[in-house]
Design a protein around this ligand. Structure first.
Ligand SMILES: Nc1nc2c(c(=O)[nH]1)N(C=O)[C@@H](CNc1ccc(C(=O)N[C@@H](CCC(=O)O)C(=O)O)cc1)CN2
Ligand SMILES: Nc1ncnc2c1ncn2[C@@H]1O[C@H](COP(=O)(O)OP(=O)(O)OP(=O)(O)O)[C@@H](O)[C@H]1O
Length: 252
């Protein structure tokens, strides 16, 4: 299934940037090696260079926002098909995912499959009172939901009917993280709040339990190169509607 990402018609072709690049990824020199790569055609054309993370975020968010419903549905199906093959997800008992917003690739068709396997599903909730951190709260069909300050639907922490069940981030088996951008080195760009970076910072430690961190995105959110920030959590894998990228080097 080939999903073409829309590009602006009037993009000027400017010179390559030094720090950030929106150009089509080149083959070779991959730190992350693609598995299950099926679609090599219709990669996005080069876009203007930008040294500005905010501008890059804006452009990548625009790219996914303009995808129409059919493309979104096909991309979601292709994503979920690949996710269902992953051992980490097949073995997982506790999985955090997210409800898609503004064109984010939709992982929710996975939910029925997870429930049938007896796996518990969690959603990110903005933690009250602390700066930009998340809780992962158990999500069932009867969970009462509210809109958070970003207009994203999340479980209501003030439920009276049944006790809110949250799981410590280190106790999750898999966390699916929505990416705004990524490169084939496994570097990621998120929404810019540092929510996932802060919440999952413990995953950088050598010892102790940690979830498998899987970044998910549309293929058109891949860029040639993103700088690694010292606080960026390392992903175990990036899955798009086109491919699965895994670190090819042990110890990443
Ligand atoms: N679907 C989904 N849920 C998620 C995230 C996500 O990226 N996607 N998050 C991942 O972290 C957390 C929320 N983080 C967010 C960070 C910034 C913005 C955002 O829209 N920022 C606007 C400014 C909005 C405002 O201040 O009112 C912007 O940057 O333009 C949204 C969510 C938790 N839930
Ligand atoms: N572990 C951390 N502790 C304190 N501040 C952090 C941490 N991780 C990230 N930050 C801060 O959060 C801000 C946003 O970081 P960044 O631009 O990398 O966000 P992001 O990765 O796009 O967002 P997210 O993690 O929500 O997907 C930065 O100012 C950064 O300093």
């Amino acid at each position: 299934m080939s999903v073409r990402c829309a590009l602006p018609a009037d993009q000027p072709r400017t010179r390559r940037p030094r720090a950030l690049s929106l150009r089509t990824p080149r083959p070779g020199r991959r730190f992350f090696s693609p598995l299950l790569s099926r679609h090599e055609s219709s990669t996005p054309a080069p876009l203007p260079a930008s040294d500005d993370r905010q501008a890059l975020r804006r452009e990548l968010r625009r790219r996914r926002r303009v995808l129409d419903d059919r493309v979104q549905r096909l991309a979601s199906m292709a994503l979920v098909r690949q996710l269902m093959q992953l051992t980490s997800l097949r073995r997982a008992r506790h999985v955090a995912l997210y409800l898609p917003e503004n064109g984010e690739i939709d992982p929710t068709p996975l939910v029925d499959w997870l429930h049938r396997r007896g796996t518990q599903v969690y959603l990110p909730v903005l933690r009250p009172l602390v700066e930009n951190r998340l809780w992962f709260v158990h999500w069932r069909f009867d969970t009462r939901m509210v809109l958070n300050r970003f207009n994203i639907t999340e479980p209501d922490l003030r439920q009276s009917g049944h006790r809110i069940r949250r799981l410590a981030p280190w106790a999750m088996d898999v966390v699916l993280m929505p990416l705004v951008g990524f490169d084939d080195q496994g570097h990621r760009l998120g929404m810019g709040g540092g929510f996932y970076d802060r919440t999952l910072a413990f995953a950088g430690r050598k010892h102790g339990p940690r979830p498998t961190l899987i970044g998910v995105a549309h293929h058109c959110q891949q860029v040639e190169r993103l700088p690694h920030q010292p606080w960026d959590v390392n992903l175990n894998m990036i899955v798009s509607d086109r491919q699965v990228l895994r670190p090819s080097t042990v110890g990443h």
